[in-house]
Design a protein around this ligand. Structure first.
Ligand SMILES: [Zn+2]
Ligand SMILES: [Zn+2]
Length: 111
């Protein structure tokens, strides 16, 4: 387990992504599709290890895309952060790997 030195996250970039991946989709030569894939791998590894090394965790799910209708092409990434008061949703997005749509659903309420 190497402790990565804390690097400054450039303005406008994804802080969770830089903390966990060291880069984000706003970095040069990176795309949102790449970031989604990286989060997916990350979530998979964490799930397999069954051990969350830090306060930040991510999950990736797949849904049907409302734009192109392709089944399971819409990746749903969610970040949760563990705080003193419990788990908090830190962010996330939806991105279709088929038509590259990014549906906005900011006001997503829980059950
Ligand atoms: Zn970045
Ligand atoms: Zn789509």
């Amino acid at each position: 387990m190497g402790d990565l030195p804390r690097r400054k996250v450039p303005l406008g970039h994804s802080i969770p992504a830089h903390r966990v991946l060291g880069w984000c989709s706003h970095c040069p030569n990176r795309s949102l599709a790449e970031e989604v894939a990286a989060w997916q791998l990350d979530a998979q590894e964490r799930h397999e290890a069954d051990d969350v090394p830090g306060p930040l965790s991510s999950s990736v799910g797949w849904q049907s895309c409302p734009e192109c209708g392709e089944a399971e092409s819409l990746s749903v990434v969610e970040f949760t952060v563990r705080t003193a008061t419990g788990l908090k949703r830190a962010g996330g997005w939806k991105f279709c790997v088929h038509c590259e749509a990014i549906p906005q659903e900011a006001a997503h309420a829980g059950p």
